[in-house]
Design a protein around this ligand. Structure first.
Ligand SMILES: Cc1cc2nc3c(=O)[nH]c(=O)nc-3n(C[C@H](O)[C@H](O)[C@H](O)COP(=O)(O)OP(=O)(O)OC[C@H]3O[C@@H](n4cnc5c(N)ncnc54)[C@H](O)[C@@H]3O)c2cc1C
Length: 596
């Protein structure tokens, strides 16, 4: 099995050339993000990911979890890795120094987070969820709650969870039934939550649950939902841990992948009611949770990139090691890496992964600029840009992760289907990504609804103008002129599809039927754009005398993507016309006839 090696060079290149880290470092707020600091963080995180966390990945998959006497047992190695993670301050990079954070850019925490997810996705979900809990509290809680919970969540002494889903409330959270009864300065929470990631464990001293519940007499639907913070152990005024709260893990799920991530059924208030504290205003729970979920959606898209990178490294190693047959142009049998079809698969894995990395980092950088820009109009544009890209990052990167991890199995031949090589684990682990944090169907509806129809296509059009600027720049390069033409043609299709959505905005059935394909169309086109930007930067650096083979590889990867992957946009585009009609024609009666 291949070891994981963090792709530090590519990460650094994307930060410098795509996600504008040098520009961010000129702002007062992020002046600490100097090139030396950025590269020291990436190098050290890469070491921890490779040496401490990655070796726990297979162990977790094989051992899984136990539940005895209401206590979740995790592999011992997970706890040791977590301790090193917390001691290294790795959970605090992007948070406010007032609560113990390091005040670095969010977009710098992203490559670091990618490393944890690539090293061990089941383990990495724990810090990912804790980060979401910090964001939700930081943006919505009052000072008392912030002072009580944030420092330990940021330091990693405690971990956080997100409790939304109930048996009857999955994609539709408006029907959440858990209850919160006021009692003095707190509330008593009762209800059952399902599928709660890292809902219980003993890796950290305390677990801070963020829970959606309804107050007595609250209106039906979304407006009746509030957000509460419910600690596993109550926290005394002096910060020490008090009594065990009335929240228990009822069971853990047996899953296709991420075997060592405890996915828990949580029982709140089976005895006297779990003590919880209101976060934000009554009835605004879902809005508060969305602040957390927006970044979590980007983080899940990032998981798609991370697991793709891991699968690619594994496949590349195997393709260099496995000898089979004489490749075209070779007299002797040699590694399968030489076969053009294996190269096609490897390049597809590489190109999609690098395109997704650039797009994800770029979207996250917009959030940093939105927060640090002194120009209010510019900050607004950056915010809209990040909002538009968020469902694309979540949806497209997690969809291609299915393809990339499947190709990883394919490159291993029969050995890919056998667990020992590890290729199958990546494929199984990746399968959750299009489902949680809002299924990709829901992401697509968000892109088409709130991000395109509601804003009259402004954010999408602004992004396409950026892409046209790249087309113009690439047209001046002999090597990339035809790639520029291909991207320009794809942009015409993307614009026509956007216009069509806007023109049919009063027909929700049409937009709902086209949404997924529109999301995949935009993801495919954005991927080509980001790789072309990277290729132009690489070409320029090469022309300046830098002979690093990485620069050549970056350019070849972009050309491969434009040739082999960009044409897929055409398969998604017609859905804005005839294909959607076909979906509409597949009426309830037609589908239900299978049961009659
Ligand atoms: C391993 C794992 C970890 C999880 N972790 C957490 C967690 O930590 N916290 C938490 O709260 N939840 C968690 N979840 C729950 C997860 O977010 C939900 O499973 C997800 O939101 C989908 O809800 P559902 O399973 O009820 O599917 P459903 O909502 O029943 O959806 C089923 C299908 O119908 C489609 N569908 C539903 N409604 C619509 C619609 N309006 N338009 C178009 N299509 C639609 C969906 O896209 C999907 O394909 C986790 C789930 C798993 C499996």
């Amino acid at each position: 099995m291949a070891d994981y090696k963090a792709p530090v060079k590519d990460m650094q290149f994307v930060l410098d050339n795509i996600s504008r880290m040098p520009q961010l470092a000129t702002t007062e707020r992020f002046a600490d993000a100097t090139p030396d600091m950025v590269s020291a963080i990436l190098e050290e995180a890469g070491r921890v990911a490779a040496e401490v966390i990655a070796p726990t990945n297979e162990i977790g998959d094989q051992q899984g979890l136990t539940l005895e006497d209401g206590r979740v047992g995790i592999p011992q190695e997970f706890g040791q890795a977590y301790q090193q993670f917390a001691e290294g301050g790795w959970g605090s990079l992007q948070f406010d120094p007032e609560y113990g954070g390091q005040g670095l850019p969010y977009s710098l925490s992203i490559p670091v987070m990618e490393m944890w997810q690539a090293a061990n996705m089941a383990w990495g979900l724990c810090p990912l969820l804790s980060q979401g809990a910090v964001e939700a509290l930081y943006l919505n809680a009052n000072d008392e709650l912030k002072n009580r919970y944030l420092p330990q969540l940021i330091s990693g002494e405690w971990t956080g969870t997100m409790n939304l889903t109930e048996p009857n409330a999955g994609s539709d959270l408006s029907v959440v039934r858990s209850k919160a009864e006021p009692e003095g300065d707190h509330y008593r929470i009762t209800g059952q939550k399902i599928f709660i990631t890292w809902g219980d464990h003993e890796m950290a001293e305390n677990i801070i649950h963020l829970v959606l519940a309804r107050l007595p007499g609250a209106p039906e639907g979304v407006r009746g939902i509030s957000l509460f913070v419910v600690p596993k152990f109550l926290v005394n005024d002096d910060g020490s841990l008090g009594e065990r709260n009335d929240v228990q893990v009822a069971s853990i799920e047996h899953k296709l992948g991420i075997h060592a991530s405890p996915t828990c059924v949580m029982a709140f208030g089976e005895k006297e009611g779990a003590i919880g504290y209101l976060v934000g205003e009554e009835g605004k729970g879902l809005a508060c949770m969305f602040t957390m979920m927006n970044n979590a959606r980007l983080a899940v898209g990032l998981q798609g990139v991370a697991i793709s990178e891991r699968a690619y490294q594994q496949a590349l190693w195997y393709a260099g090691d496995r000898t089979q047959g004489k490749a075209v142009g070779h007299k002797e049998a040699g590694p399968i890496l030489r076969h053009p079809d294996v190269r096609r698969m490897l390049m597809t894995m590489k190109a999609l992964t690098e395109a997704g990395r650039a797009l994800t980092y770029d979207a996250c950088a917009s959030l940093d600029f939105a927060h640090s820009s002194e120009d209010a109009a510019q900050a607004k544009l950056e915010k809209a840009r990040a909002a538009y890209l968020t469902p694309i990052v979540k949806g497209w990167c997690t969809e291609f992760a299915q393809e990339v991890t499947s190709l990883g199995v394919q490159i291993h031949g029969g050995m890919g289907y056998i667990e020992e090589t590890g290729a199958a684990q990546h494929y199984r682990d990746a399968r959750i990504l299009p489902i949680y944090e809002g299924t990709n169907g829901i992401q697509a509806l968000d892109l088409v609804g709130r991000k395109t129809l509601v804003d009259q296509g402004q954010a999408g059009t602004a992004l396409m103008s950026e892409m046209r600027a790249t087309v113009e720049a690439a047209a001046g390069s002999a090597r990339f002129a035809s790639a520029a033409q291909a991207l320009a043609a794809a942009l015409d299709v993307a614009q026509a599809s956007t216009d069509k959505l806007l023109a049919t905005g009063d027909d929700p059935l049409f937009s709902a039927s086209s949404a997924y394909n529109y999301m995949m169309l935009m993801g495919t086109v954005c991927g080509a754009w980001e790789l072309l930007r990277a290729a132009l930067a690489a070409e320029q650096q090469q022309a300046g005398g830098d002979n690093d083979p990485y620069l050549e590889s970056k350019q070849l990867t972009a050309l491969f993507y434009v040739d082999q992957i960009l044409p897929r946009h055409l398969a998604y585009a017609p859905m804005a016309d005839a294909g959607s009609e076909a979906i509409l024609a597949a009426s309830d009666e037609h589908l239900e006839s299978a049961f009659s």
